[in-house]
Design a protein around this ligand. Structure first.
Ligand code: SAH
Length: 488
């Protein structure tokens, strides 16, 4: 991964001042270790008239995979990492942005004690990124950089130079030029916009990313025509974070604008509110749908398999019709969070006796799971590798065999709707597969057939006439046998 920053100068204002501004001496090649590999800073050219600094990041694919595993939900390795490891070492991207901010952190803040006056003034700049993954193509690259005062030269890179008929790759060669920006502004644009264009899964997104975005976006992100796209892509389409950032940006704009603008903004916000009501988070729809089906089935003793952080268990606990609720998950970390959420240590004895959290894997049969009325698998099957799915099927439908089984999973057909309709739903980075309605039905029908269940399907969330609902649910039920009756 490679990026160069060049400037031009005169004998009075030498281009080599770039070395002071970046806090990296032009005569030395230096190396730094960053979270994702080694970063090198060197100057291919360092003269009075022209000076170029290059940042080269050698991504360590092994570290990347390890970090991905450590940070994945419940310790599960991130399937998206497969792609990461393929092109990450070569393509400029989020990782380059992270390196940029760690190697040039003072420059990004505009701090330069040796040449304070130069840090504060615009200078002629040329930035070149030879291979930039650009989702949205050259057109979007221009829409992102041009409003900020850059001239953007964007050339698509052919998939294979020897076979032009194969067409273009998703990479572009980017050349940015400007005379109106300070170095700090330029670096902050790159820090935010490189990952926005890459738009891969940023598995390190955390709550403090909102702060990082707002800090780096200070002075240019509020009021950028693509503010919404930048914010939501930067925050990996995590709607709650995006929303939080958008709200805070709106406040910044209000604080900066004069009264007439405020009025305009109020009207715009109102118009927005009419057409684009805050959607009910899909997770809420899902829990409602699950409750409805559990009630319809008359279930009292319920398993929540792959319960995650215990949101559904908490919901079930509020309803006295459920006399026993078991949350099971493979992830100890998720269970720890769940037990904190449920305040298990502070529940009264009666409440506490209704709920259990167990660690266990659905890839193995588990005798503790026998004899319950219903099992819920909410957004769980897609976290298993397809070859492990028959093992889960046997553990649930063959061995545990509750009368009712509810399975929800994303409907991949709906994914085309997300960009325009972010509805509080996040498709996880560690999904191993996402199915169409047809694929899900085929699987569910075969499972029902093999294990003596009936199966029906319900949409969860807005049912789009073309692509269906965002979540699909299968409701399995079987008639009670004599053996069950005796056991009860
Ligand atoms: N049911 C919750 C969480 C879904 S996320 C909800 O609807 O919000 C998927 C969960 O499945 C994670 O908590 C993960 O740890 C768990 N999981 C993945 N593989 C599992 C396995 N083999 N056995 C048990 N749980 C598993």
């Amino acid at each position: 991964m490679f990026l160069t920053i060049s400037t031009t100068g005169t004998p009075e204002r030498p281009a080599t001042d770039l070395g002071f501004l970046l806090h990296k001496h032009p005569d030395k090649a230096q190396a730094f270790s960053t979270s994702y590999g080694r970063a090198h800073v060197l100057y291919p050219e360092a003269g009075e008239l022209r000076c170029t600094a290059a940042l080269l990041l050698e991504v360590d694919a092994v570290t990347l995979v390890r970090r991905g595993k450590g940070k994945g939900r419940g310790g599960a390795p991130d399937a998206a990492l497969a792609q990461y490891v393929n092109d990450r070492p070569y393509a400029a991207s989020s990782l380059l942005a992270v390196a940029l901010s760690s190697v040039f952190s003072s420059a990004m803040r505009g701090v330069c004690t040796a040449r304070p006056e130069r840090a504060a003034e615009p200078l002629p700049l040329r930035v070149e990124v030879p291979a930039l993954p650009a989702r949205g193509g050259p057109e979007l690259v221009r829409r992102l950089f041009e409003p900020l005062g850059w001239r953007a030269g964007v050339e698509p890179v052919a998939l294979d130079a020897e076979f032009p008929e194969w067409g273009d790759s998703r990479y572009v060669r980017l050349v940015l030029e400007s005379e109106t920006l300070t170095l700090a502004e330029a670096l902050r644009h790159l820090y935010v916009l490189l990952p926005v264009l890459d738009d891969a899964k940023h598995y390190w997104v955390a709550a403090d990313e909102v702060d990082k975005l707002l800090r780096a976006g200070e002075g240019w992100l509020p009021g950028h025509p693509e503010q919404k796209l930048i914010t939501s892509r930067y925050l990996s389409r995590r709607w709650s974070l995006t929303r939080q950032a958008m709200e805070r940006l709106e406040l910044v704009r209000l604080a900066e604008s004069d009264d007439s603008e405020v009025e305009e903004l109020d009207n715009a916000v109102e118009a927005d509110a009419e057409t684009e009501e805050r959607p009910t988070p899909l997770a809420v729809h899902r829990r409602q749908a699950i409750l409805t089906e559990l009630h319809a089935a008359g279930a009292a003793r319920v398993l929540d398999l792959g319960c995650g952080q215990g949101q559904l268990v908490q919901e079930l606990l509020k309803d006295t019709r459920f006399t026993e609720i078991v949350g099971l998950d493979v992830s100890v970390r998720a269970l720890t969070i769940a037990s904190r959420r449920l305040k298990l240590d502070r529940l009264g004895e009666r409440q506490a006796s209704r709920v259990k959290l167990w660690q266990g894997s659905l890839a193995y049969t588990d005798r503790r799971l026998k004899g319950y009325d219903a099992a819920v698998l909410s957004e769980v099957i897609e976290h298993l590798d397809l070859p492990r799915l028959p093992a889960l099927e046997y553990a649930v439908f063959g061995s545990a065999r509750p009368r009712t089984v509810l399975v929800t999973t994303p409907n991949v057909e709906y994914n085309v709707r997300w960009e325009s309709l972010p509805a509080g739903h996040v498709r996880h980075g560690d999904h191993r597969f996402e199915w169409t309605r047809e694929e899900f039905r085929t699987w569910a029908a075969a499972v029902a057939e093999r294990h003596g269940y009936q199966v029906g399907f319900r949409p969860v969330g807005p049912d789009d006439p073309e692509v269906g609902p965002p979540t699909q649910m299968a409701v399995f039920s079987r008639t009670v046998t004599e053996k069950d009756a005796k056991a009860a």
